[in-house]
Design a protein around this ligand. Structure first.
Ligand code: FMN
Length: 286
């Protein structure tokens, strides 16, 4: 079987909440556990190392005997990837980047995933993995083979969060300043990486990413437009995770297209969209 390119994988990805009852194959488990053990896959964009746990489940019970649940959001999960991070702005952004890369690797193997920051029993997962001091579980994802026939619940949930309704380029991306919305055909070589940001998953599908591409097309600034009301401490945290996901989608697309560049934290002097706009990071093409 040929592996799907990363860009095609990102285009095809959707959150999966209903899985087949079939177990993950030994070979797939081997591939995933090797991936999350490999140092190279655990280093984030700011050079820090993350850690991801693989937890197998049988009827929602782990090998250690803990019952874990998702309030009915997920059906027939065969395993979980479980994240751990400090609860601090850049640690969370970086962690989400690392975790998302692992979910995309699973997707390349034909394994379904669904980022979850809210609808899982955090306490029981915390018993399962031993957390370090100052660590918490920001996210988990179930793993399993996609069941073609999704539940009515899945469809209703997708409808409720408008999961298939991704915001347009003009709403997410800007040309030079926040005053000028960006037209897709003007983005130059960064068009596809930006499109991958647009297609990425986000908490409650709020799509809080706002990107400003510099006039010379060499630098792309990443901002979060925090959703008012949603941005209690929990929503704020979720939107930091969304940002790490956006960075991962963007950089993996750049890698595939052989666009060299690097991340820097250097806020441009721009009039912001609103008081809810927060600068995070910029990508500079080499
Ligand atoms: C940080 C984050 C947290 C999420 N938390 C949950 C969750 O707790 N439960 C859930 O069912 N989906 C969760 N999702 C999945 C989103 O609802 C989903 O990505 C969004 O609706 C877009 O759909 P798509 O992933 O199919 O494009 C989360 C996604 C992200 C990125």
């Amino acid at each position: 079987m040929t592996t799907r390119s990363m860009i095609d994988t990102m285009r095809a990805r959707k959150s999966v909440r209903t899985f087949e009852t079939e177990k993950l194959t030994v070979s797939d488990i081997e591939k995933i556990t090797s991936f999350i053990k490999d140092e190279q896959n655990l280093i984030g964009p700011f050079g820090n190392r993350g850690q991801i746990e693989f937890v197998q489940v049988k009827k929602n019970v782990t090998d250690k005997g803990f019952k874990i649940g998702t309030y009915g959001f997920i059906k027939n999960p065969q395993a979980y990837l479980v994240g751990r991070s400090a609860n601090e702005k850049y640690a969370l952004v970086e962690y989400a980047y690392i975790f998302h890369r692992a979910t995309l690797f699973a997707a390349q193997l034909g394994i379904g995933t669904c980022w979850m920051g809210g609808t899982f029993t955090r306490n029981s997962f915390e018993k399962e993995i031993r957390l370090g001091e100052n660590e918490f579980i920001p996210c988990v994802t179930p793993l399993g083979y996609l069941k073609e026939k999704q539940r009515v619940f899945d469809k209703a949930l997708r409808y409720a969060v408008k999961a298939d309704n991704k915001k347009s380029w003009e709403k997410l991306f800007y040309d030079g300043t926040f005053e000028t919305p960006m037209a897709k055909e003007n983005a130059g070589p960064l068009e596809v990486p930006m499109e991958m940001v647009r297609l990425g998953p986000s908490a409650s599908n709020k799509q809080p990413w706002r990107l400003v591409l510099s006039e010379n097309r060499q630098t792309c600034h990443f901002f979060i437009e925090h959703t008012p009301k949603y941005s209690s401490s929990f929503g704020y945290l979720m939107q930091l995770l969304d940002m790490g996901i956006a960075m991962c989608q963007f950089e993996l697309a750049c890698q595939e297209l052989q666009i060299e560049g690097e991340w820097e934290i250097e806020e441009p002097e721009l009039k912001r969209l609103s008081e809810n706009t927060e600068y995070v990071v910029s990508w500079r093409v080499d």
